[in-house]
Design a protein around this ligand. Sequence first.
Ligand code: SAM
Length: 258
Amino acid sequence: MDKHYYYQNSVQCVEAEIDFVESTYQDLKGVPARKLREDFCGTAQTACEWVGRDENNLAWGIDLDVLVLDWGHHNNLAELTPHQKQRIKLLNEDVMKASIHQLDIVLAMNFSYFIFMERELMIRYFKNVKKSLQTNGVFFLDAFGGYEAPKELVEERACDGFTYIWEQATFNPINSQMQCYIHFVTDEGVRMDKAFDYYWRLWTLPEITEMLLTAGFKTAEVYWEGTDEKTGEGDGVYSQSKIGTADAGWVCYIVAEK
Ligand SMILES: C[S@@+](CC[C@H](N)C(=O)[O-])C[C@H]1O[C@@H](n2cnc3c(N)ncnc32)[C@H](O)[C@@H]1O
């Protein structure tokens, strides 16, 4: 079993993510973004999607784990055309010291920045991102929450040929830190327990936006998902909003302009 294959086919939807990032930047700045850095890039699927969108797009992926970067090279970058390959670079670095600057966009997705447990550390990361952006640059993050987010639970979702299992194993209300796991089971019954392991602080949206403003960003706006009137479920369209809904579980974007 290849855990990165299962992850990409259950957790990520890079097309929708890049649709949002591309159009929001264009709306805010009136010009297309070209230079994007994907922090915590893992297999760099998002960075690959970026260079595939336009022949002028450039992408950098940053991750501390050399093994996941290697997987990205051998699987995702290997699928790119030679011209696309020339416009993407994966760097084995700490996002705290990421060396690529003058960017239009920095991404921190799949809640990866929740690994920073203290406010001071988070603000230091946000300041480094701000420094990496050009004057008109924009930082995009996602976040999750809802009244089931701090609950110890297991959720299953059927995917193509396997089941994705999300476990919130522990939550400590005193420091808001939680232990989560992703497990996979194939339709043939082969299990991969604890394929991914996350120890996170469950930050709230006001905390995140306040830290972004403290770090010096000019704006820090929440983009909330609309509701499909027929199904009552999320419709995949995220718009800037001041009021969210008190759902069991939600995912939203945060957009911070330098
Ligand atoms: C939740 S995964 C996210 C993968 C991918 N960005 C995605 O959207 O699915 C978190 C990744 O962050 C990396 N990571 C953790 N701390 C880091 C740091 N300080 N600097 C760079 N990468 C880090 C891990 O190696 C892991 O690949």
